[in-house]
Design a protein around this ligand. Structure first.
Ligand code: ATP
Length: 312
């Protein structure tokens, strides 16, 4: 990171953004526009991505490198969500997209934990600072929603209710810290295919209601992990299990070691287990490893903040 005088524009900006777990994911029937109405409660967790944006000479354009867990599975071209985020900001603000992006991955790839969305959120914040485009939070949020349904949450983090396609956010009150264990598989599940299977197997009702999550919201407000564990819910779980039946054993193993609640995270295949404590989360992760039901395991806490600048 190059030092700079406070008045001078930064030459490099590093931003951290979190992965997420859907504490509840309620999915309505597919609409004519192809989207599913969602009511979801996101929690940002301490598995994080770091995006560093470095100023390039005028005309150099965009370039991207990736390091960290499963980096080889992430595209380094214009299909990368962070690349698209930088491009969309440049277009909106009327500046040239001259920037070198580096992503350090800590969120499982294609794991249903929105790692790519976190990268996009982080890239928006980093490039806005680097290019001194000075967008408001509302403008950044609009650009984020145009990039993907989970990107706006990557900006705000903490715990939030998402409606619409999951992109219309309202902060949710949550007290205390929750301990999570995650079982990750190398073979990801395509979010689009999980929704397609949902359409075929489950279908969904036309309306989805937050009122179904009253118990969950109360548990969050009270900082009650037992109540939260009982209330975890994912309408996509049956579809993810139909596509990857071996996940059933991962859920079972966590239940056997006393997890307060276990769900497939978002569209899967990551499985999230809520634990009583950090030690309990480590014990759940160790049981998954011993049972051979995960390619890697992680422990994390939630909630945590959305995209925030680490250094510039
Ligand atoms: P979500 O929960 O938001 O649906 P996910 O966590 O299941 O997403 P991601 O890791 O965000 O999945 O990415 C899914 C796919 O998108 C990857 O397989 C990869 O090909 C592509 N992709 C594009 N940009 C990125 C990125 N920055 N990081 C990871 N994958 C990316």
């Amino acid at each position: 990171m190059s030092p700079h005088l406070s008045a001078a524009p930064p030459v490099s900006v590093r931003v951290r953004a979190p992965g997420k777990v859907n504490l509840s994911l309620r999915v309505g029937a597919r609409q004519e526009d192809g989207y599913h109405p969602l009511v979801t409660i996101f929690q940002a967790v301490s598995l994080v991505e770091e995006v560093t944006a470095t100023l390039e000479t005028p005309g150099a354009g965009l370039s991207l490198t990736v390091s960290g867990a499963q980096a080889e599975r992430v595209p380094v071209d214009e299909t990368n969500l962070a690349w698209r985020a930088a491009e969309s900001l440049a277009r909106y603000a009327g500046v040239d997209a001259d920037v070198r992006l580096h992503i350090h991955k800590g969120v499982p790839v294609a794991g249903g934990m929105a790692g790519g969305s976190a990268d996009a959120a982080a890239a928006l914040v980093a490039c806005d600072l680097l290019w001194e485009t000075g967008l408001s939070r509302a403008e950044l949020s609009d650009l984020a929603a145009g990039l993907g349904s989970d990107v706006p949450f990557g900006l705000v983090g903490h715990t939030a209710v998402g409606t619409g396609r999951g992109h219309l956010l309202t902060p949710a009150m949550a007290r205390g810290e929750f301990h999570w264990a995650f079982a990750v598989r190398d073979e990801g599940l395509s979010t689009a295919k999980v929704f397609q299977t949902f359409d075929e197997v489950v279908g969904g009702t036309p309306d989805v209601e937050l009122s179904d999550d009253t118990e969950l919201m109360q548990a969050l407000r009270a900082g009650d992990p037992v109540g939260l564990g009982r209330a975890l819910h994912n309408d996509l779980e049956a579809a993810a299990l139909a596509m990857a039946p071996e996940l059933g054993r991962t859920l079972e193993v966590a239940h056997e070691v006393g997890a307060l609640g276990v769900i497939v995270s978002g569209s899967g295949p990551t499985v999230a287990a809520l634990a009583r404590s950090r030690q309990h989360a480590l014990a759940i992760a160790a049981s998954w490893t011993a049972a051979g039901v995960a390619d890697s395991v992680h422990c994390a806490t939630g909630p945590t903040s959305g995209a925030r600048v680490l250094a510039s």
